[in-house]
Each structure stands twice: as structure tokens, then as C-alpha cells.
Write a protein that binds this ligand. Structure first.
Ligand code: PHE
Length: 343
């Protein structure tokens, strides 16, 4: 063992065995056998002491060179084995990197959002700004300031969710927003639409939900008249539903408007859904409206002797249902993409 000649034997054997390794386990075994602490190289180095002094430096250098050679060869073999293993695993379960990726859906606007934006755009053209107001209201704004004192029987028209804090409720309509707008702008003229979610304590059915959107409209100024309300609504209906729409006005009752009206539009008779949508009458209700009650004007900070105003309130979900013949209002807040994708 202690002869330099043995070193070249050792080298030849080690390299041949290294060459025969085909996996990492074999490489580990080879490493222990030749270059590890208890391996052949360590043993060869120990033999140094048995050599005559003058041969030791040359032998020591030879062992070190051999060590470098074997370590370098081991590194190379390791990399080759790794690559071979990777190749084998790729071949076992082929991966087609040329397959196109799955397209990421870009998504889209909810149909309710689309209707809302259409409504804003139409009213913006007529000079109405969008004004947002709170969904959690107090009894004052939702009822009292709208001319409905406690115990007023008209409150029954709005089944209300009350919170555990007395006098705090979820708004049943966007009309309390009228008060907020007026108090911000009085005594100046104002034209605004007030969109937002409303809540009613009702049995959920195909036609009513406990939450739904409304768009309130309010215009106040000198000499604002019923004719302005009628013209505004007619222009709106024709933009949204078509140029030929006829508008019908029926008298109605709301505590905060006087006189109060309900607005119908005629529905094309050749539409196969016409009978179902209009219950056979040919007319379709789209909103409640009226001239702002003097008491409400006063509560908002205006002088009813100097200005007058009109207000309307509509349900965009209802309008969307009519427009697209959607027969179940519960679809709106369900997350069924099959429904949503249609729009
Ligand atoms: N707030 C009323 C409702 O929810 C609608 C309405 C608004 C009526 C404005 C008149 C004026 O039924």
C-alpha cells in the first residue's frame, strides 16, 4: 500500500468504480470507500509514516493530487447522475411544455352595476350629479323628516330592519338621502341622483329581496314644476328602454311628496314577454315620484315659498329584470357565474 505505484492502481480502480455508479446511493457508497474519513485515501496517507523520510514529500504530494483528482471526478459524476435521473423522470411522465396555458378570465361587471352606470350616465347628461349616502340610518331621516312622525300609518309601507340601538335602522329606501343632500346644498338649487342599497324585512321571493338597490332623484330650484318631472322621467325612460316608449302617470301616495305619482311605461306589444311583464295591461311600473312636500323642503333647509322640487325613486333591479326578462330577483346576489356570464 505504501508504494507510489499502488496509488496509480488505486486511482484506476476508484475511477472505474466511479464510472460504474448509476445512482446517488452508489455514489455515496463510492465516496465512503475512497474519499471518506475511513476510505482508501485516508489509509494511503497513513502509510506515509512507514516510508523513508526522503520519499515522504513526493508521496504526500501524490496522495493530495490523487485526492483532488478523485473529488473532481466525483463532482462531475454527481452532476451527470443528477441529470440522468431528471431525464428519466421526465421521460416517465412526459410534460408537454408546448401546451398553451389556461386562459385567465378577465371577469366583467355585474349586471346590476351595469344598469346603475347606465342610469348615472343618462342622468349625468341631464345635469344630475351622483350623491352617496349612508345605508345605516336613523329613524329621523328615514321617516320623521320625510313627514312620517312615529305611529304614522304610512310607515307600514316599509317593513324595517331595526338595529339593537334604538332609533338606528337599515334604510328602507334612498329617500332619507334627500334630507342629506338638501342640508348640504340649501338654499342653492340642486340636481342629484342618490344610488344605493336598501333593506326591507320581507319574505324573500322571486320578486322581493331583503336587500336591493334604489336610485333616488332630486331636483330643487325656483319654479321646478310637475312638467319638469314628467319631462325628465320621459327622457330617462326613452334613453333606457327605447325612443318610442310612452309614459303614463297615475296618482299615488307618499308622505314626502305632494302630489305623488307612480310612473308606468308602455311595453312593446310584439315582445313575447309583454303579457307576463305587464300583467296583460301593456303598462309597466318603473318608479314612484312626486313634488317634494313643503314640510320636507323645510326640513332640508329650503323655503317652500321660494323653491320647489321633484323627487323620484326607482328600483334598478326591477328595471334590469324587465330589460333582460330575468324572472327571479334572487339571482342578483347569488354568485352563480352561469347567470352572471350572460350579461
Ligand atoms: N321612496 C319611495 C319608495 O321606496 C319611492 C319614492 C321616492 C317616491 C321619491 C316618491 C319620491 O317606495
Amino acid at each position: 500500500m505504501a508504494e507510489p505505484d499502488n496509488l496509480s492502481d488505486l486511482e484506476a480502480r476508484a475511477l472505474a468504480e466511479l464510472n460504474a455508479c448509476t445512482d446517488e446511493a452508489a455514489l455515496r457508497a463510492w465516496s465512503a470507500k475512497y474519499v471518506g474519513d475511513k476510505g482508501a485515501l485516508t489509509a494511503a496517507l497513513k502509510a506515509l509514516g512507514t516510508l523513508p523520510k526522503d520519499q515522504r514529500p513526493a508521496y504526500g504530494q501524490a496522495v493530495n493530487r490523487l485526492k483532488q483528482t478523485l473529488l473532481a471526478a466525483e463532482e462531475q459524476k454527481k452532476a451527470a447522475v443528477k441529470e440522468a435521473e431528471l431525464l428519466a423522470s421526465l421521460n416517465a411522465a412526459p410534460l408537454d411544455v408546448t401546451l398553451p396555458g389556461r386562459p385567465v378570465s378577465a371577469g366583467g361587471l355585474h349586471v346590476a352595476t351595469k344598469t346603475m352606470r347606465e342610469i348615472y350616465a343618462i342622468f349625468a347628461d341631464m345635469g344630475f350629479q351622483v350623491f352617496r349616502t349612508r345605508e345605516v340610518e336613523d329613524d329621523q331621516s328615514n321617516f320623521e323628516l320625510l313627514n312620517m312622525p312615529p305611529h304614522h300609518p304610512a310607515r307600514d309601507m316599509w317593513d324595517t330592519f331595526h338595529t339593537t340601538t334604538p332609533g338606528v335602522l337599515l334604510r328602507t329606501h334612498t329617500s332619507p338621502g334627500q334630507i342629506h343632500v338638501m342640508r348640504q346644498f340649501a338654499p342653492h338649487p340642486v340636481r342629484a341622483v342618490l344610488p344605493g342599497m336598501c333593506y326591507r324585512h320581507e319574505a324573500v321571493s322571486t320578486r322581493s329581496e331583503i336587500q336591493f338597490e334604489q336610485v333616488e332623484g332630486l331636483a330643487i330650484g325656483p319654479n321646478v314644476a310637475m312638467a319638469d318631472l314628467k319631462g325628465t322621467i320621459t327622457a330617462f325612460a326613452r334613453r333606457l328602454f327605447g325612443e318610442d316608449r310612452q309614459v303614463r302617470i297615475r296618482s299615488s301616495y307618499f308622505p314626502f311628496t305632494e302630489p305623488s305619482i307612480e310612473v308606468d311605461i308602455d311595453w312593446p306589444k310584439d315582445d313575447p314577454n309583454a303579457d307576463r311583464l305587464t300583467k296583460g295591461t301593456g303598462w309597466l311600473e318603473i318608479m314612484g315620484a312626486g313634488m317634494v312636500h313643503p314640510t320636507v323642503l323645510r326640513n332640508g333647509g329650503y323655503d317652500p315659498e321660494k323653491v320647489s322640487g321633484f323627487a323620484f325613486g326607482m328600483g334598478p333591479q326591477r328595471i334590469t329584470m324587465l330589460k333582460y326578462a330575468i324572472d327571479d330577483i334572487r339571482q342578483f346576489w347569488k354568485d352563480d357565474v352561469r347567470f352572471l356570464r350572460q350579461f
